[in-house]
Design a protein around this ligand. Structure first.
Ligand code: ARG
Length: 470
């Protein structure tokens, strides 16, 4: 690209001091309109509130305010109807809208920027956007939770193997497993709501960095834009981006949960597990191997986590070295944040779709739970209860029983009582009451445990709580 090419249109923006426009490469690196045009609604809302306040405070005339409001109306219509021409030479959304306002209403447009700077303007627009993104993420998480809780209720008694180290550990139920994710997503939703509450202070009126000498009413603009209060320090108001970092942190944590669930979907839909089937609408075929049903949506949710985590890292690295107050580096905050939240919205929607769509294969899950001696702990617990054996010794005896079962290729349930008695003569017939996977799962009645009765209760509690909110 040529670096000595100038753009004479640009010099008009800065007025007196600049006699020449910027080099083409300068315009290229400086312009953010392709990214921040998404903020047009927030920008117009901010300008409306500011103009109303200026007029109420007697800083501009009410006729000028009226002209500004009408002009902004017209611009909103143009953008909505896709008739607005966004210009790179005008850098960003703020200048694009202000320039168009001037074309439409003339002189009063120049009064809108009184007691305001693009620094507090962008900080305000962006906060409103991130606040809304947090609300949407919270709402989508709750829809996903409701979908999981319903599947959990319907599968409260579907026994499946629980794993540690991805080795069969003890029987649990599919419902219990799904409710584990409901707990995680509920904390994610709470993190978005906490972040929203903390960010809800209005930067508008901080002006460039120091505040203004005009008698503005920051409480009025804060209230008009739905903020709890104005930011108390003008330097902080224009410099802070921790609200976006916090929102992206919440998104990052939610993404790790989504990705873990996605990974489980990939495993469960594999023919080697065969725990879950996704319908054709959430599976893809292979162009060469006709037998395949690939869980692409789950894989992409897993991959989207990469983007979301990257967006947090991106913004944290942009911010970490910046002295107060505004630096142009901060313009990059939006690309990172938009990308992270776009990926999150997609991942949440795709996961909710998959959860609603999936059909568990109860028979396969139960059979898998029965393999690999998943009820060995139940045998050890029986020895403790029935024979008053210390648990460590019971663990040892059970290990010997498992070794015998393994050698003869039998499940614990199928093992002859005599074989067990060779190891521990006091074992009676009663031991078989604890060796089935159903009995094992049903016995986990401690609070938070996997017993179907617990799962049903917890699932219903979530369904009721979530239906109240949505
Ligand atoms: N487009 C800019 C941004 O997003 C707006 C603020 C510009 N402020 C300035 N002092 N150059 O950060």
């Amino acid at each position: 690209m040529m670096t000595d090419k100038t753009n004479s249109k640009e010099s008009q923006i800065w007025g007196g001091r600049f006699s020449q426009g910027p080099a083409a490469i300068m315009e290229e690196i400086n312009a953010s309109i392709d990214i921040d045009r998404r903020l047009w609604r927030e920008d117009i809302a901010g300008s409306r509130a500011h103009s109303d306040m200026l007029s109420a405070a007697g800083i501009i005339s009410s006729a000028d305010n009226q002209a500004i409001q009408n002009g902004l109306d017209e611009i909103a219509g143009e953008i909505e109807r896709d008739e607005f021409t966004f210009s790179k030479a005008l850098e960003d959304i703020h200048m694009n809208i202000e320039a168009r306002l001037k074309e439409i209403i003339g002189e009063p447009a120049g009064r809108l920027h009184t007691a305001r700077s693009r620094n507090d303007q962008v900080a305000t627009d962006f906060r409103i956007w991130v606040r809304e993104a947090c609300e949407q993420a919270e709402a989508s998480l709750k829809l996903l939770m409701a979908s999981l809780a319903k599947k959990a209720r319907d599968n409260a008694d579907a026994v499946m193997p629980g794993f540690t180290h991805l080795q069969t550990a003890q029987p649990v139920t599919f419902g219990h497993h799904l409710l584990a994710y409901v707990e995680m997503f509920s904390r994610d939703a709470a993190r978005f709501s906490d972040a929203r509450a903390r960010m809800n202070e209005c930067p508008l009126g901080a002006a460039a960095l120091a505040g203004t000498s005009f008698p503005i009413d920051r409480d009025a603009t804060a209230a008009a834009l739905g903020f709890e209060r104005p930011c108390a320090n003008s330097l902080d108001a224009v410099s802070a981006r921790d609200f976006a970092l916090e929102a992206l942190s919440a998104a990052t944590i939610a993404a790790t949960h989504l990705s873990r669930l996605a990974e489980e979907m990939v495993l469960w839909t594999s023919p080697h597990f065969d725990f879950v089937r996704l319908s054709d609408s959430f599976s893809t075929g292979s162009s060469i191997m006709p037998q395949k049903r690939n869980p692409d949506a789950a894989e992409l949710v897993r991959a989207k986590a990469g983007r979301i985590i990257a967006s947090l890292t991106n913004l944290a690295v942009v911010m970490k070295g910046l002295p107060l107050a505004y630096s142009k580096d901060m313009q990059e905050d939006k690309a990172a944040t938009f990308e992270g939240f776009d990926a999150l919205a997609l991942a949440l929607a795709a996961m909710a779709g998959m959860i609603g769509d999936l059909t568990p294969n109860r028979a396969a899950m139960k059979a898998a739970a029965g393999r690999s001696y998943a009820t060995a702990t139940d045998l050890a617990d029986w020895l403790v209860r029935a024979l008053n054996m210390p648990f460590r010794e019971a663990h040892h005896v059970t290990g010997a029983v498992v070794a015998v079962a393994e050698k003869s290729g039998l499940d614990l349930e199928a093992l002859d009582l005599k074989e067990m008695q060779k190891i521990e003569p006091r074992i009676t017939d009663d031991v078989f009451s604890v060796l089935s996977v159903d009995a094992s799962a049903a016995s986990r009645t401690s609070y938070g445990g996997a017993a179907p009765a617990n799962v049903k209760r917890q699932a219903n509690r979530w369904i009721a709580a979530l239906s109240k909110e949505t």
